[in-house]
Design a protein around this ligand. Structure first.
Ligand code: PEP
Ligand code: MG
Length: 314
């Protein structure tokens, strides 16, 4: 099955009833970018730029960042790069951006909060991104957003970077929806974004109050509470909605997410061919009511059982 999927991997993914779904790759290294192109990803839907910032004594300057981002773009054969701004803080501290000790790092100065607290570091990254956007298709995406004010502040800094770098024709701006408050307020972000991307890893953690990576807890992104939030985002965001958490690579989840209105799935590079096939096996007009039923169930196990019973029925 894997080999057959690979043969089709470089073709677009369209559902059985004709809805095009972009299948993108999550990229955290140059090797990932190469793997994304080899596996037929339509774009890089999430570039985890942390790989360039962690484990060093000084931040990469704008020139080094530009060089690295252009290398990624080249490895991707010119496909769109969705550059997520630095997503560190709390559990992922930087030696050159010291942070106060936090009792609950996942609820602390993380993601966009960290960038806004370190404006010089953030300005350098935005300048690099604005310069790269003049050369190749780029989207910029802010992580761990919880309020509109943060996005307004970030966009203002991005405007300054674009003024310095010179205008880029097709620089798109988006946010990650990883915090339940951001999902519930999705409509309030509409004036400030071109797209949103749901990070189901963190959205699941925050919705279920279950720390990701804690082996004593089992948090499943197919929990009806998470699905309800994804559905709300699709209904209210007013802009295209992507999903870039692990859930997007879960074949059982693909038809639910697309039925809820998700139009881009961004997954680990090796998962791209199978996710494209899962999209092709989806009949949107059959899955709409399935998604409605799933969001009303008690837990993820019940959702998985429902999906299984439907797939057994054909
Ligand atoms: C997520 O939270 O779902 C996500 C894609 O971001 P990360 O896994 O890098 O936190
Ligand atoms: Mg995240």
């Amino acid at each position: 099955r894997g080999r057959q999927a690979a043969a089709r991997a470089h073709r677009p993914a369209v559902t059985a009833d004709g809805v095009a779904i972009a299948v993108a790759a999550n990229v955290g290294s140059l090797a990932d970018a190469r793997a994304a192109a080899d596996n037929g990803a339509d774009l890089a839907g999430l570039v985890r730029t942390e790989f360039l910032f962690l484990d060093r004594d000084a931040a990469p300057g704008p020139d080094e960042q530009v060089a690295t981002y252009l290398e990624l773009a080249e490895a991707l054969g010119g496909r769109r790069l969705t550059l997520r701004t630095l997503d560190v803080g709390g559990d992922k501290p930087l030696r050159y951006a010291p942070a106060a000790h936090e009792q609950n790092p996942f609820l602390g100065v993380r993601g966009l909060r960290h960038s806004l607290a370190h404006p010089a570091l953030f300005a350098d990254q935005l300048l690099a991104i604005a310069r790269v956007a003049r050369e190749t298709p780029v989207s910029v995406m802010f992580p761990m957003v919880s309020s509109v004010a943060e996005v307004v502040a970030a966009r203002r800094m991005l405007d300054d970077a674009v003024a310095k770098a010179g205008p880029a024709e097709d620089l798109r701006v988006g946010i990650m929806i990883e915090v339940p408050a951001a999902a519930l307020k999705a409509a309030a972000f509409t004036p400030y974004v071109d797209f949103v991307s749901v990070g189901t890893n963190d959205l699941t953690q925050y919705t279920l109050a279950a720390e990701r990576g804690n082996a004593a807890l089992t948090a499943d992104g197919l929990d009806p509470a998470v699905l309800q939030l994804v559905g709300l985002v699709c209904a209210r965001a007013g802009v295209p909605v992507a999903v870039c958490g692990e859930l997007a690579a879960d074949e059982a989840a693909v038809r639910l997410l697309t039925a809820l209105g998700v139009r881009e799935l961004s997954v680990a590079p090796p998962a791209v061919p199978l996710v494209k096939d899962a999209v092709r096996a989806t009949h949107m007009n059959l899955t709409g009511s399935l998604a409605q039923r799933a969001t009303g169930l008690a837990d993820a196990a019940a959702v998985r059982a429902l999906l299984k019973s439907v797939s057994l029925a054909g």
